[in-house]
Design a protein around this ligand. Structure first.
Ligand code: NCD
Length: 316
């Protein structure tokens, strides 16, 4: 694998291979010494043009567990025009010998530009580009679902027949966009449930069903309910009347959570707006995978870095 930019063009075999390697990486996390020498001498740069807590520290932990050197570059607040600043930054990183660049950027397509520009000959990982994609989040979500559903032996398996309902701010969500492709490729059935104002205008070609009634969706008994954060920072208008109205109609509150089957799992990529899209009882329940998702994120990102960097890049 040269870059990890999107899940849209990822094959089922490639996805399963990555998830299987992540299982091996998770075994390392259970050891007393959580470190492998695999990427010794390699340099990974975390290039974050947008806020992040868990994704950035997750990539940092992943790179360090593989013994790579890590440079964190927080570029937020830069006022230089985007194309130019990205080019200058990339050339600086190239001069410093970066082997992989993990980039989060508010502009959709920025990681692709970096990968195709020729400014830098490093493996590029998309850690979230605007409202477009967030492939490692989808991979860690798939990994989490697979582990929960195939307890004690997930290796080699997909998510065939698994029903996943993704609820909330689909419009602004790169998590939903990366998940819809990956989960479908792995054999799952995806349904979006959202207010019409928080769905993209044109869903033609998206492999998802659409519903507007969260109660009906809950009663249909999905295996997975994935709640999304209301992304107020991406909203420049009123997409719903007020937060009370939103949580009444679209939130996973205590009453709806109680109606879910005990075997259903509740997911959220974080950060959560507790009391808005998800209640604390749901978020902290045994069925919730919120903290598992964070832990699994490190294993999945180790697998991604391994696939990008352990081969001989000169050949590719
Ligand atoms: C997501 C993101 O940044 O896209 N968070 C994350 O990576 N853990 C989702 C969000 O911000 O709501």
């Amino acid at each position: 694998m040269r870059h990890l930019l999107s899940t849209k063009d990822m094959s089922r075999d490639d996805a399963i291979t990555l998830l299987d390697i992540a299982e091996d990486m998770a075994d390392v996390a259970d050891r007393e010494v959580k470190k492998l020498p695999t990427l010794r001498g390699k340099t990974v740069v975390n290039l974050f043009f947008e806020d992040s807590t868990r994704t950035r520290i997750s990539f940092e932990a992943a790179a360090k567990r593989l013994s790579a050197d890590v440079i964190n570059f927080s570029a937020k607040g830069s006022s230089v025009s985007k194309g130019e600043s990205l080019k200058d930054t990339a050339q600086t990183l190239a001069a410093m010998g970066a082997d992989a660049v993990v980039i989060r950027h508010p502009a959709s397509g920025a990681p692709h530009v970096l990968a195709e520009s020729g400014w830098i000959d490093a493996g590029i990982i998309n850690a979230g580009d605007g409202m477009h994609e967030h492939p490692t989040q989808a991979l860690l979500d798939a990994f989490t679902i697979r582990r929960r559903l195939h307890q004690g032996g997930a290796r080699g398996k997909g998510l065939d027949g698994v029903t996943v309902t993704i609820v909330g701010d689909i419009l602004h969500s790169r998590v939903a966009r990366s998940n819809v492709w990956l989960l479908t490729t792995l054999g799952a059935h995806v349904t979006f449930v959202a207010p019409p104002t928080l769905l993209p205008m044109d869903l033609t070609g998206w492999p998802a069903e659409v519903g507007f009634d969260l109660d009906a969706a809950i009663d249909s008994g999905p295996d997975v309910v994935m709640m999304l954060r209301i992304q107020l920072e991406r909203m420049n208008a009123a997409f719903f009347p007020n937060s009370r109205e939103y949580s009444r109609r679209w939130g996973l509150d205590d009453e709806r959570f109680a109606r879910l089957a005990p075997t259903s799992i509740v997911m959220h990529p974080g950060p959560m707006n507790r009391g808005l899209e998800i209640s604390s009882a749901a978020a902290d329940s045994a069925g919730s995978t919120v903290r598992e998702q964070v832990a699994n994120g490190v294993s999945v990102r180790m697998a991604a870095l391994y696939l990008l960097l352990s081969g001989d890049r000169e050949d590719s």
